[in-house]
Ligand binder design. Structure first.
Ligand SMILES: O=C(O)[C@@H](CO)OP(=O)(O)O
Length: 347
């Protein structure tokens, strides 16, 4: 039953245009000198330099170069008897990694500091999760990691309701011997049609200490905007009795390196549904951001981000635009083939 494991994902980059900036759920951070937007496959930095205000954008050229020499995703659609495809996958080190910040929660809606308080998605958050699922519905997922918090788990599960492959995400219960034994699956065929979901507290939102449950605006009015900004967006200054981003990054990145990266290196396609700060930590590691760069990185709720893991490197591919847009899935041959197989299954 331990076989009920496995899975990872790839990401895709997209061309960018300043014209897209305002319509894609982008978030803006009140950074002191610069702001980075990440959405739909492009990055835009806006900031102040000695010469005035600047705007710069980035296309990852490796996106274009990233070819697809392997068939790592094909066998996920094909029957298990397609051993040739399976062999190809073993040789391949390419895998997709999808990151999704949970949809809006009931406390995001109320503008409350949330941290590790376990609140569910709002109605809008449910819709965002479903929309995120549509965007990734043509991308293979072999394994899902979420935090221990319901808003991330709801997001992962709702997103998977939209996936065209129709595998069933199943939460792994390894918290005790009995939990493990009682959640076993006794059919190999059924098992093959499942996606293991591993929930771990190390992917949780950073613990917000004594700010948890407080209104963000009221806290700013009371302690001053500067102080609240320092608590929310400095790298190594924790809020009262809470975790700094640095502390959050220590456990989230350690978990990524220990548990998730080996799966990617084995060619498994992975989705991670987590939180603003645990994902910023992981992106800091993937994109080799400095502590200065990460503090101005903001992630929108419910927007999937894709990376390709290849030969130990992570290539940002942005965010798939939607199931109807074929182009975004063709950034690697593997993703295009996977989608083609899905299309063939339907027709
Ligand atoms: O309240 C929280 O837990 C987080 C994420 O919503 O807030 P912040 O934007 O300050 O990181």
């Amino acid at each position: 039953m331990a076989a009920a494991a496995a899975a990872f994902h790839q990401s895709i980059g997209t061309p960018h245009s300043v014209g897209h900036v305002n319509n894609s759920g982008l978030h803006q951070e009140l950074a002191k000198s610069s702001v980075r937007f990440i959405s739909k496959g492009f990055e835009i930095d806006i900031g102040l330099s000695k010469r005035g205000c600047y705007i710069s954008s980035k296309i990852n050229v490796s996106v274009i170069r990233a070819s697809a020499s392997q068939a790592s995703v094909i066998d996920i659609v094909s029957s298990p008897s397609h051993t040739k495809a399976n062999d190809s996958r073993k040789k391949s080190n390419e895998a997709a990694l999808i990151l999704i910040r949970h949809g809006e929660s009931l406390w995001n809606e109320k503008n409350l500091f949330t941290g590790c308080v376990d609140v569910p998605l709002s109605k809008k958050g449910v819709e965002e999760a479903i929309e995120a699922g549509k965007r990734i519905s043509n991308i293979p997922v072999d394994m899902i990691y979420t935090s221990a918090l319901i808003r991330a788990q709801m997001t992962a599960m709702l997103a998977m309701t939209q996936h065209r492959r129709k595998k069933v995400p199943v939460i792994m219960h390894n918290e005790s011997e009995r939990a493990r034994a009682w959640s076993q699956i006794f059919s190999e065929d059924t098992l093959k049609q499942t996606i293991p979901v591993v929930a771990d507290w190390r992917l949780n939102e950073r613990m917000y200490g004594e700010l948890q449950g407080l209104n963000k605006q009221e806290t700013a009015d009371r302690y001053g905007k500067e102080q609240v900004h320092e608590w929310r967006r400095s790298y190594d200054i924790p809020p009262p009795n809470g975790e700094s981003l640095e502390m959050c990054a220590q456990r989230a990145v350690a978990y990524f390196k220990d548990q998730i990266e080996p799966q990617l290196l084995a060619g498994k396609n992975v989705m991670i549904a987590a939180h603003g700060n645990s994902l910023r930590s992981i992106i800091m590691y993937l994109d080799k951001l400095t502590s200065q760069e990460v503090i101005s990185l903001e992630l929108s709720t419910g927007i999937p981000m894709l990376y390709i893991s290849k030969e130990g490197k992570f290539i940002r591919r942005g965010s798939p635009a939607g199931p109807a847009e074929a182009g975004v899935y063709a950034y690697t041959k593997n993703l295009a083939l996977y989608r083609q197989k899905l299309d063939e299954m339907v027709h």
